[in-house]
Design a protein around this ligand. Structure first.
Ligand SMILES: Nc1ncnc2c1ncn2[C@@H]1O[C@H](COP(=O)(O)OP(=O)(O)OP(=O)(O)O)[C@@H](O)[C@H]1O
Ligand SMILES: [Mg+2]
Length: 510
């Protein structure tokens, strides 16, 4: 790819449009990105961000408009074309082959197969030095953390000579420390003249990493602003189209009655201890926040309580009866109806090829003998959820995998909340959701709390946990480091416990 002399624009989008059926996902978008610039792409769920980037990376072909790369009009008809023009995209769902090592994945499909392994490895190491990527070429993908896999994906596109890097919500699954590492790589790439487009819903990240912000609303480009001249309030207003209050309510807890009493719970995962003698009580009408760096046992805690994982020892008591090992029906007979919003939405929660109606029906496991299951209630509920949660979908029968990421999330949460649980376990319920939808979810959780539902809220944003929870339990390496009153604690205190310091005992009073 030759660089044009007369302009320093890496990409120019002119009047790009894309329509899916009746949905105008992108509506005549004009956008320019300079070399050596980091542009944040911001917009509510379903506003067209991923679609626009998929057009640049050759996954979709636009219905209208043109694309200019380094001063020349181009036609990007396939992902290979995109690579040819130096465009590399890091998708939210990685496309690596698990049983291969990093190097095999990186060179896969390049002319690397004609090169000697030593040459390829040297090339990888020199790129990793240039941009500060930490990579072990021989490590198998299945042994890698999410963040390591992401580094391999980035290396993969750099190996192909990408000058333009697109990242679709790359930080959604990273810890704050991993995010900082990624941002340092991006800053290095920027210094070397790359153009970077990053999609994220986290406004503090937008403000820290980008030079400029482009805001999409309902498929249209609303504005682009200089990052140094904007703030969270203005960005939210541009996204939503009206001022939004960024305040979370904390209604008084409605009861003191213990619903679940977790006693000395220990769980192993792949032979290693994942939870060690965990003790806590979950009470009626409270939100018990769970803080901890990713992988501290949150997933195992949820799955053990929900009965989806074997436990090593301990008990989860409801009225002195252990619910572990009981069937869903037996648990319901004890007076517990549990809803669970897992971390892995499409894997555990929803079936991507089914529409909303059928996914809603999955929850109310119909055991009727007849073949004719009545779809009407599920259809009615689906339509209500679309209205209540502002779900963007063509109709309630459209396969959920065609929905934008955030809307998939709303379907799952809506379904779980509407099943009238008295215990709600929710892991990262706003991950991937835009600001407005996040606050909608906080309101919904508070509404449930007021009804007396006992809520276990696994969170990652400490500011939010401090605002919404009644108590916060901190996990570190599978151990409870303390349970503190959310109104009295500070971010620093919780942070220290997350890092392993035991500060306070249990504040549970009965
Ligand atoms: N393959 C498809 N078929 C039908 N509709 C689609 C398809 N891909 C996207 N859409 C629709 O286009 C619109 C824009 O979706 P897109 O995924 O670009 O949103 P987004 O801004 O990335 O949202 P999010 O923040 O939730 O990821 C949505 O209404 C979505 O349902
Ligand atoms: Mg998206």
């Amino acid at each position: 790819m030759s660089k044009s002399n007369e302009t320093n624009y890496a990409i120019e989008l002119n009047g790009i449009s894309k329509v899916f059926g009746t949905v105008v996902a992108n509506d005549s978008i004009n956008l320019k990105i300079k070399q050596g610039e980091i542009l944040a792409l911001l917009g509510e769920n379903g506003s067209g961000k991923t679609t626009l980037m998929n057009i640049l990376s050759g996954i979709y072909y636009p219905d209208g408009g043109s694309i200019t790369i380094a001063g020349k009009e181009v036609s990007i008809g396939s992902p290979n074309d995109a690579i040819y023009y130096g465009i590399g995209m890091i998708h939210q769902h990685f496309k690596l082959i698990d049983v291969f090592n990093a190097m095999d994945n990186i060179v896969l499909g390049t002319k690397g197969k004609y090169e000697k392994p030593k040459v390829m490895k040297e090339k990888i190491l020199s790129i990793s030095e240039k941009f500060g990527l930490e990579i072990e070429p021989e490590k198998k993908i299945y042994n890698m953390s999410v963040s390591e896999k992401q580094t391999v994906e980035i290396m993969k596109v750099l190996y192909r000579g990408a000058q333009i890097l697109i990242l679709d919500e790359p930080t959604a699954v990273l810890t704050p420390q991993e995010t900082e590492k990624l941002f340092n790589i991006l800053r290095k790439m920027k210094e070397q003249g790359s153009a970077i487009i990053i999609i994220t819903h986290k406004l503090h990240e937008v403000l820290s990493i980008s030079d400029r912000v482009a805001i999409l609303r309902k498929g249209k480009l609303i504005d682009t602003v200089q990052t140094s001249e904007t703030n969270e309030g203005q960005l939210t207003e541009l996204m939503v189209g009206r001022p939004v209050s960024l305040k979370i309510e904390r209604p008084e807890t409605t009861g003191k009655k213990t619903i679940l009493n977790v006693v000395d719970l220990s769980v192993e995962s792949d032979g290693a201890p994942a939870l060690k003698n965990v003790n806590f009580k979950l009470k009626k009408g409270e939100i018990l926040g769970v803080a901890g760096i990713a992988g501290s046992g949150q997933k195992e805690l949820c799955e053990a309580i929900a009965g989806l994982m074997d436990i090593k020892s301990g008990a989860v008591l409801c009225n002195k009866e252990n619910i572990i090992g009981k069937t869903p029906d037996e648990i319901i007979n004890l007076g517990i109806s549990m809803s669970f919003v897992p971390e892995d939405r499409l894997g555990m929660g929803l079936v991507g090829s089914m529409g909303m109606v059928e996914n809603v029906m999955l929850k109310s496991y119909k055991k009727d003998k007849g073949l004719l299951v009545d779809k009407k209630p599920a259809r009615k509920l689906s339509e209500e959820l679309v209205k209540k949660l502002d779900i963007v979908t063509r109709n309630v029968d459209m396969p959920v995998r065609m929905m934008s990421g955030g809307n998939v999330q709303k379907v799952l949460l809506g379904r779980e909340i509407e099943s009238n649980p008295n215990v709600l376990i929710t892991a990262y319920p706003v991950r991937g959701l835009d600001i407005n939808s996040s606050y909608l979810i906080y309101d919904l959780l508070n509404e449930q709390k007021k009804k007396g539902v006992a809520i276990l809220f696994i969170g990652e944003d400490l500011d939010v946990l401090l605002e919404i929870s009644d108590r916060i339990m901190v996990l570190c390496h599978g151990e409870v480091k303390g349970i503190v009153n959310a109104k009295e604690t500070t971010k620093e205190e919780v942070g220290l416990m997350m890092a392993g310091m035991s500060l306070k005992g249990d504040d549970q009073d009965e």
